[in-house]
Write a protein that binds this ligand. Structure first.
Ligand SMILES: C[S@@+](CC[C@H](N)C(=O)[O-])C[C@H]1O[C@@H](n2cnc3c(N)ncnc32)[C@H](O)[C@@H]1O
Length: 222
């Protein structure tokens, strides 16, 4: 289905998930879907991550880099925000959109197998990515987030919260496919805890975001 392909792209050879293939189309659709609140929502997610000036941030499944840019602003001066995404097209688009933003870089990669040393980030974030991963891969991705986050570091994961009504979910499914229609967002907190993090807050942002914040305990090894 056309909109589903726009949002979720085609399966990638290097991941079991799916990647966005069209950065410009994704930007257009997402701005519309947030009904004028996108900047407000993502700026709030950056605040909720607890990132401070000087922090090193990793944004997994960064897409066009909307959150990555806000994280780079939150850690300025002295910090850095690295966005990772499997799609070469989207990474190129993210680089273009963030041209000139201090400390904001992008690389290709997959969340469940990160090319990052243990404990190399103060803050790990991810928005609207987890539902792209097949269920068995989600714990692997969370385990990688835990590994890459330094002891005492912080995590913020946000994902799509499907409508409560059956008809609402059906409409989402018809437009975008089953990944968003049936997204088990209520399992997010448990997945994060199972990876070893201590969850600190769970909440919703309008129009359709669930977020969980957490920290990696000090002195705990994976
Ligand atoms: C709906 S987009 C969200 C993009 C961005 N984080 C945002 O909030 O606008 C989901 C992103 O996850 C990426 N993705 C899919 N499979 C992935 C994987 N295994 N690891 C990391 N990212 C993945 C897709 O390429 C896509 O850019």
């Amino acid at each position: 289905m056309a909109l589903g392909r726009l949002l979720h792209g085609d399966p990638q050879h290097d991941t079991d998930g799916v990647a966005i293939g069209h950065g410009r189309g994704y930007e257009l659709f997402t701005n519309l879907a947030f009904g004028g609140r996108r900047d407000q929502v993502f700026t709030r997610l950056a605040e909720l991550s607890g990132a401070r000036p000087g922090d090193r941030v990793l944004d997994l499944g960064c897409g066009t880099g909307y959150l990555t840019q806000r994280m780079a602003a939150a850690v300025f001066p002295g910090g850095s925000a690295l966005g990772i995404d499997p799609s070469a097209t989207v990474v190129a688009h993210a680089r273009h959109l963030a041209d000139g933003v201090p400390g904001c870089t992008f690389e290709r990669g997959i969340a469940e197998q990160l090319d990052a040393p243990d404990g190399s980030f103060d803050v790990v974030v991810s928005s609207l990515m987890i539902h792209h991963l097949p269920a068995p891969v989600r714990p692997q991705a969370l385990a990688e987030m835990f590994r890459a986050c330094r002891p005492g570091g912080r995590l913020m994961v946000a994902d799509f919260r499907p409508p409560k009504s059956r008809i609402g979910r059906h409409l989402i499914g018809a437009a975008t496919g089953p990944a968003m229609e049936n997204n088990p967002v209520d399992q997010l907190e448990g997945l994060i805890r199972d990876a070893g993090f201590t969850t600190t807050t769970v909440g919703d942002l309008q129009p359709w975001i669930r977020y969980v914040t957490a920290s990696r305990p000090t002195g705990h090894t994976a």
